[in-house]
Design a protein. Structure first.
Length: 177
């Protein structure tokens, strides 16, 4: 039987997401800003839904889905866009919203792609940051929590498409069979 230990409680998440919303509001509330929140599907959708309810300045939302594909067990470093943005980003200040930043490979490629589209600005917000796993240089503008190298689930994060609906972040320990 698998075991789940609560790592970040629902109350801790609510408090930190509220604080992030205030930080983002402060940065983007001037009249010359045109904020576009871009969620990287699927994992970040829960985080972004709560985050945008805590942002009090004008903002719009959009979604992207990516896939990193590999040969065997080695990542190719290629990023394939499965679902692209619906808007022209050249008039927007993009805030890329991600659930977790670990190796940074996919996000660094996604940032490269978005920069070629000439947004007014491009920033990154992640709920969870795993710096011990970082392989690519990714500049983080807003961070929810720094976490150790543990396998986490809940609040949008999954294991085999399960556990996304948990209202907290948990550490999943799988049975060894």
């Amino acid at each position: 039987m698998s075991k789940i230990d609560v790592f970040i409680s629902e109350d801790q998440l609510k408090k930190r997401v509220s604080e992030l919303g205030a930080e983002i509001t402060e940065k983007y509330s001037s009249p010359d800003k045109n904020l576009l929140l871009v969620a990287v599907l699927k994992g970040s959708v829960v985080f972004m839904a709560d985050l945008m309810r805590n942002i009090t300045c004008k903002c719009a939302i959009d979604f992207m889905a990516t896939s990193s594909y590999s040969s065997g067990t080695v990542s190719s470093g290629n990023v394939k866009i499965i679902k692209d943005l619906d808007v022209n980003v050249s008039e927007y200040d993009i805030l890329l919203v991600e659930d977790i930043l670990d190796s940074g490979y996919t996000l660094s490629k996604l940032i490269e792609i978005l920069k070629t589209r000439n947004p007014k600005s491009l920033s990154l917000c992640t709920l969870l940051d795993k710096p011990d796993r970082r392989k690519a240089d990714v500049k983080l503008d807003f961070r929810g929590f720094t976490i150790p190298d543990e396998f986490v689930i809940g609040y949008g994060l999954d294991y085999d498409e399960r556990y996304r609906n948990l209202p907290y972040i948990g550490i999943l320990t799988l049975d060894k069979e």
